[in-house]
Design a binder for this molecule. Structure first.
Ligand SMILES: [Zn+2]
Ligand SMILES: [Zn+2]
Length: 374
């Protein structure tokens, strides 16, 4: 990223925050939170505190950072070093990112790109560029409608798991688009606030269906062809009930006495029941009780899209609703970008060329290092 690009991004973000600071959403108890930010082209600044939303907004407009963060934890003294802050509890937060969900389109749109000769190809990245033999290559991950739809599906699954299995009130869950490739779910339920990292790992593992032990008796009775109602109560509020319900509605359960064949037996059906209901949350995010999270209503540092509240997952359009930057045409030199759609406009593909595109699309490429201001 060159200086002209950094200057342009900073000016664009500053203008947005100056004009549209009302969009920034502040959590309760501001004075007990740790704030942080990432300047364009610089390292992370943490351990900041503000007494009010107005004070924080003034600093955001002044700095115009690439990213703004705030802790989900409350502290006695948020500006002290971590071990002296006095941790008082933290809201439960989940992160669902399309890059953690395997979608078939990734093979098409995730590529390596050679900075020396502009060659590109499918992942995995070779050690050296097959065209120029240099090793100056970068992996470029992209996101498409299919990826974002998958992330949305996993957000819906998470809401189902939390409300049905953990009795969380739907009104206690706030869903945000992350501003990049996925969703953040914030849970305001005081039962979770005091939990430490170990308990949060258990919750993350539960929703991911990780390390699940299926009782042998359940499997045996299914194999003997016992009626599902007798093997596990269908109203069980955990994974056993979920699996039983899935199997009771599955059209092709293996016949009684059927030999367990690879991929076609009871275990395959159970795995399908689990795989279709798990939510691929990032466990490291849920577990970290000292983390600072992107603030709702601020711009993502790699896309220029807004982290924004999602009122209805079904009707939310992640490639147009979070577009808040202007559409003045900006001239940029693009190293490489596959075709992408933003705000209903299809752009690219671009390869080593100068183009004039709307500011929101220019930021989308500049902030990811795929283009420079020309
Ligand atoms: Zn090359
Ligand atoms: Zn995709």
């Amino acid at each position: 990223m060159n200086w002209d690009t950094i200057r342009f991004l900073k000016a664009t973000y500053k203008e947005h925050y100056f004009r549209d600071s009302d969009r920034i959403e502040f959590p309760s108890k501001i004075e007990e939170r740790e704030f942080g930010y990432m300047p364009f082209g610089g390292g992370m600044v943490r351990h900041l505190t503000f007494r009010s939303a107005g004070e924080a907004v003034a600093e955001i407009v002044r700095q115009a950072p690439s990213s703004v963060y705030c802790s989900n934890a409350l502290y006695d003294s948020p500006s002290l070093p971590m071990e002296e802050k006095g941790w008082k509890g933290a809201e439960l937060i989940f992160d669902i990112d399309a890059s953690d969900i395997s979608t078939p389109c990734k093979r098409e749109h995730d590529v390596w790109f050679c900075h020396d000769c502009s060659s590109k190809g499918r992942l995995p990245r070779p050690q050296r560029c097959p065209n120029c033999a240099k090793a100056n290559m970068e992996e470029i991950q992209n996101v498409c409608e299919v990826c974002l739809e998958a992330a949305k599906d996993h957000a819906s699954r998470l809401i189902r798991l939390l409300t049905e299995d953990f009795s969380v009130q739907p009104s206690a869950i706030t869903t945000y688009f992350s501003g990049n490739r996925g969703y953040h779910l914030h849970v305001q339920d005081s039962r979770f606030d005091p939990l430490g990292a170990v308990s949060r790992t258990e919750i993350a593992d539960y929703v991911r269906g990780a390390g699940m032990l299926i009782p042998q008796g359940f499997v045996l009775s299914l194999r003997r062809g016992q009626r599902l109602e007798e093997t596990a109560p269908l109203d069980n509020r955990g994974w056993l009930g979920r699996i039983a319900k899935f199997l009771s509605s599955a059209p092709s359960l293996p016949q009684p006495e059927a030999k367990e064949k690879k991929g076609d037996g009871i275990h395959a059906h159970i795995n399908r029941a689990i795989e279709s209901q798990v939510s691929h949350v990032d466990p490291s995010v849920t577990t970290d009780i000292h983390r600072v999270f992107r603030m709702p209503g601020t711009l993502h540092g790699s896309t220029g899209l807004l982290k924004m509240k999602v009122k209805s997952l079904d009707s939310f359009k992640p490639l147009s609703d979070p577009v808040v930057l202007g559409s003045t045409r900006i001239k940029v030199t693009v190293k490489y970008s596959p075709q992408f759609t933003l705000n209903g406009e299809r752009l690219g593909p671009f390869k080593s060329e100068s183009v004039s595109i709307p500011a929101y699309a220019a930021v989308y490429l500049l902030a990811r290092g795929l283009a420079e201001v020309s």
